[in-house]
Design a protein around this ligand. Structure first.
Ligand SMILES: C[S@@+](CC[C@H](N)C(=O)[O-])C[C@H]1O[C@@H](n2cnc3c(N)ncnc32)[C@H](O)[C@@H]1O
Length: 487
């Protein structure tokens, strides 16, 4: 079937139906994308033309087909640990604070509203698990909801390919996921999965799935970008009513409550900006900034919406751009010092740009700049190492091997490079070499101050990394029993 292009009346009919069904707003810039979706559904329902398809939508099985159309038009774009500044804020401030506040009742309620295929909810579960191991008895529930049954079924399956891990620290991947060798996908570990419940829920037409003032933290990120202002306003009222006093609301980078709701305050946490339902406690008031969002702050633009459509069509679009906070920086976070091995140090460190791209999850850019620096100063181990960090984060293990080998050749004591090299070898199935690199990593890391931090490896301490390296070396040995213990 050839692709149809919706006429004006057809476009108006479908757009109005989707607005009513899920609050989705389609202006003319999305006609192309909507026409694509309708063509797909016409094919699936054997409808010879748009008119017949519209008849299916309003026929006896209309509700089934409306759901199928919603599955088709909604944009599931997501990945683990999306929006690094927010992830840092959750890890460092929000979750520790919520757990402290809930210490008496030991009960925590989190809502991932518009969770898509589940990466957001599982990321939060991982952050919770870092603070609350399974042995600790708490009543924690992360309810993850979405209007797309297709996305929810992927979320429940919990199998993820490389694309979902563009922002994932290799250490988190090793710790919280299991590789399914038959499919080559990663499966979320049970201790993480057990915290999350997925449920079908329409944010626009269904009643909220929580009691009033029950929820500690709501993430509703990159959902309202497709809603009009009035729909967003109504949704924010409902979310506000479910949050307890002092509870947090996380929106996406292009979403704002400016001129939408006065019920929240904008809070600056490190390099993230999040919303909070204000409490009357003086301590809280000191930490809460007045809402500083102004006219120069971005409303979702047509380009943002088109970018979502492009992502959905698999073009990749400019996904990396979205992770760059666009607000004025009110607080400069103190970043942990990066351990450096520097034989030749130019006056202005050209690797700073690489480090900041890594911190913000712009891995492709980080890899490009590091490659340039490495080409100009080929004996600088750190340049090769940082290129390796970027490449492993991009899932390019074979390329990472080359630069990480250069790095450890130039600096035998570079524990972090040995560690990354071990991981890349491990994933490429070279277990013996991997075990050797992990052991070299544990040995060389041990020579560093144990409370030092590797900011580009997720801010983990040297002590943690060294212990992990020994465990990974044993695991790699176990996979090659005859070779175990070879130097
Ligand atoms: C781009 S994804 C965002 C996923 C995740 N929150 C993130 O930021 O990575 C947007 C999700 O919102 C969901 N959505 C759109 N309209 C919705 C509605 N009315 N009710 C519930 N979910 C909705 C879509 O199905 C889609 O999975």
């Amino acid at each position: 079937m050839n692709r149809v292009m919706l006429s004006d009346p057809e476009f108006a009919t479908v757009a109005s139906l989707l607005h009513e069904a899920a609050g989705l707003s389609f202006d003319d810039s999305r006609r192309d994308s909507l026409s694509f979706s309708i063509t797909e559904r016409m094919r699936a329902t054997n409808s010879p033309d748009v008119e017949s398809y519209l008849a299916v939508l309003s026929g006896p099985d209309g509700s089934v087909e409306r759901q199928a159309l919603l599955d088709e038009v909604t944009i599931p774009e997501t990945h683990f640990f999306r929006n690094p500044p927010q992830i840092r804020a959750l890890r460092k401030y929000v979750l520790p604070e919520l757990l402290r506040q809930a210490a008496d009742g030991k009960r925590l309620r989190i809502w991932s509203a518009g969770c898509s295929t589940g990466e957001e909810a599982y990321s939060i579960a991982i952050l919770v698990r870092e603070l609350l191991p399974p042995a600790v008895e708490w009543d924690v529930k992360i309810l993850a909801t979405d209007v797309s049954t297709r996305a929810l079924s992927a979320a429940n399956a919990g199998h993820y390919g490389e694309r979902s891990f563009v922002m994932t620290d290799p250490l988190d991947l090793a710790r919280w996921f299991v590789l399914d060798a038959t499919t080559g996908t990663y499966v979320v570990r049970d201790e993480v999965r057990s915290l999350v419940e997925f449920r079908h829920h329409n944010l626009v037409t269904d009643g909220p799935p929580f009691e009033a003032a029950e929820v500690d933290l709501i993430l509703c990120r990159n959902v309202t970008i497709y809603f009009d202002r009035e729909t967003t306003r109504r949704l924010m009222k409902r979310l506000h009513s479910r949050l307890r006093d002092g509870g947090y609301l996380f929106l996406g980078h292009a979403e704002t409550l400016w001129q939408i709701s006065d019920d929240f305050s904008l809070v600056s946490l490190g390099d993230a900006f999040v919303y909070r339902r204000l409490t009357e406690e003086p301590d809280d008031r000191r930490r809460v900034l007045p809402d500083r969002r102004t006219e120069n702050e971005p409303r979702p633009t047509r380009a943002d919406r088109r970018r979502g459509d492009a992502d959905r069509r698999g073009s990749g679009g400019s996904r990396r751009r979205e992770e760059v906070p666009r607000l004025p920086r009110l607080v400069t976070p103190a970043m942990p010092p990066t351990p450096t091995v520097v034989p030749v140090v130019p006056t202005r460190d050209p690797l700073d740009a690489v480090r900041s791209a890594l911190r913000e999850g712009r891995y492709a850019e980080a890899a490009d700049i590091a490659a340039e620096v490495a080409a100009a100063t080929p004996l600088w181990a750190e340049a090769h190492y940082l290129q390796g960090v970027a490449l492993t984060n991009l899932g390019r293990d074979a390329d990472a091997l080359i630069v990480l080998r250069k790095s450890v050749y130039l600096d035998h004591e570079h524990g972090f490079a040995h560690f990354l090299l071990g991981g890349a070898l491990d994933r490429l199935g070279e277990r013996v070499a991997a075990a050797r690199s992990y052991r070299a990593a544990a040995g060389t890391l041990g020579a560093r101050p144990l409370d030092g931090v590797a900011s580009e490896l997720g801010g983990r301490s040297v002590a943690e990394l060294a212990a992990l390296c020994m465990e990974l070396a044993h695991r790699a040995d176990a996979a090659n029993p005859t070779e175990a213990g070879t130097p």
